[in-house]
Design a protein around this ligand. Structure first.
Ligand SMILES: NC(=O)c1ccc[n+]([C@@H]2O[C@H](COP(=O)([O-])OP(=O)(O)OC[C@H]3O[C@@H](n4cnc5c(N)ncnc54)[C@H](O)[C@@H]3O)[C@@H](O)[C@H]2O)c1
Ligand SMILES: [Zn+2]
Length: 379
């Protein structure tokens, strides 16, 4: 079973990927904590628990305490942290509490932050249940919640003891969630791993099969593993996002602007990133950092993993919104451009005019490409 090491100045732990990991969850927890007593508390959401409580609990002799919290971006708030902390306290959780985040990125981000501050810090592990959470949000120690003023504005770096990616969990994941998550894998391929990109390009039919086969499961596991490797490698080299880690933001400058322009309601995050990536390719093309043939392969692959939900906005609005990106420093926008499939550069001199032209081209492509796609957020 593939196991990928995260080794940063503040933490070392493994991300394990495979089928059937839930089956021996309890003994894994015991192995990770053999020197210190612990009491497990599961934090999950009702729909995930309805599907997966049985296999989750199968390995426990004494069932852990389970706290339920709804998934969904609007529930990723300080109120959730306070309510869950109160429930932990009432359930008798002390410094030996071990929190288990069993859910998508929302549950993972809340639980990681709660673990950072409950009793000034308790242990936690990530058992991510969405594709996006397995390849991205559960890895790298970023945790936090949203404010009305913006996403992820409160949080801390707090790594888990382990990340367990059980790929069986995708069996109940809505297909749109899987496809949107796969856009982050395409991104990982574009910025860092040409082989991963080529694999996604070549095996789309197997990966996206309506009736998943053994080959589908094997291909998806392979993609998760390669994507985790990209994230791990980048985080290991730049834990606190001082430089290299910014490349993970490819497609996200305009992606975040699109999410914000549509009030986070119409598109899944991966879909917004996909449109943002297509726009970034226009910038790369006009600056000559990639060839038309490469841009064409990337655009085709992104669209192949659709349909991507369409949305209504203007290029001017998107450009204006890029100024409130949290990643900006002293008013400067860091922008990620591919220099080939598998490598990137970060530029700081991106102009409004370039972003405007790129957004216009992307919006034109969107209008011609999304007949038949829904425009309702499917989460
Ligand atoms: N910390 C990080 O580094 C990082 C990185 C990327 C994204 N994020 C955060 O991740 C969040 C998005 O995460 P997400 O896309 O996983 O969304 P999510 O957690 O809201 O989950 C999406 C939906 O899928 C359902 N679901 C989850 N697993 C399921 C399963 N196995 N079967 C059936 N349904 C299931 C959930 O109940 C929910 O309705 C955002 O808040 C984003 O800010 C964090
Ligand atoms: Zn993302």
């Amino acid at each position: 079973m593939p196991s990928i090491a995260i080794k940063t100045p503040s933490a070392s732990y493994d991300v394990t990927i495979g089928s059937g990991l839930l089956r021996n969850l309890s003994s894994r927890l015991a192995r990770l904590n053999k020197d210190k007593p612990f009491r497990p508390f599961v934090i999950t959401s009702p729909e995930i628990w309805a599907h997966w409580s049985k296999p989750f609990l199968a390995s426990f002799k004494a069932p852990p305490t389970v706290l339920l919290h709804p998934s969904g971006e609007r529930f990723k708030r300080m109120a959730a942290v306070e309510s869950l902390a109160q429930q932990l306290a009432l359930a008798g959780a002390d410094r030996d509490a071990l929190l288990i985040a069993f859910g998508g990125g929302v549950i993972g981000d809340i639980t990681g932050f709660l673990a950072a501050i409950y009793m000034r810090g308790v242990r936690y592990i990530q058992v991510p249940t969405t594709f996006l959470a397995q390849v991205d949000s559960s890895i790298g120690g970023k945790t936090g919640v949203n404010l009305l003023a913006g996403k992820n504005l409160i949080g801390s770096f707090n790594h888990p003891q382990a990340v367990l990616c059980d790929t069986d969990l995708f069996r109940t994941l809505p297909p749109a969630q899987l496809r949107a998550g796969l856009q982050e894998s395409i991104k990982a391929g574009i910025i860092y791993d040409a082989k991963l990109f080529a694999y996604l390009e070549k095996n789309a039919a197997t990966i996206l099969a309506k009736k998943p086969t053994k080959q589908t499961q094997a291909a998806i596991t392979r993609v998760v593993t390669a994507s985790v490797r990209v994230k791990a490698d980048v985080v290991n080299k730049d834990e606190k996002e001082l430089g290299l880690r910014m490349i993970l933001n490819f497609g996200h400058t305009l992606g975040h602007a699109i999410e914000s322009a549509t009030n986070y309601k119409q598109l899944l995050h991966g879909e917004a990133v996909a449109w943002g990536s297509i726009a970034a390719l226009h910038v790369a093309l006009s600056r000559g950092t990639i060839t038309p043939a490469q841009a064409d392969r990337i655009t085709k692959t992104i669209l192949r993993y659709g349909p991507l939900s369409p949305f209504k906005t203007t290029a001017a609005k998107l450009v204006a919104l890029t100024y409130s990106d949290k990643k900006n420093r002293s008013g400067k926008r860091a922008y990620v451009l591919p220099t080939a499939i598998g490598s990137t550069q970060i530029i700081y001199d991106i102009t409004d005019a370039e972003l405007h032209t790129a957004s216009e081209s992307m919006l034109t492509l969107m209008r011609s490409h999304t007949t038949g796609a829904t425009n309702k957020k499917r989460s």
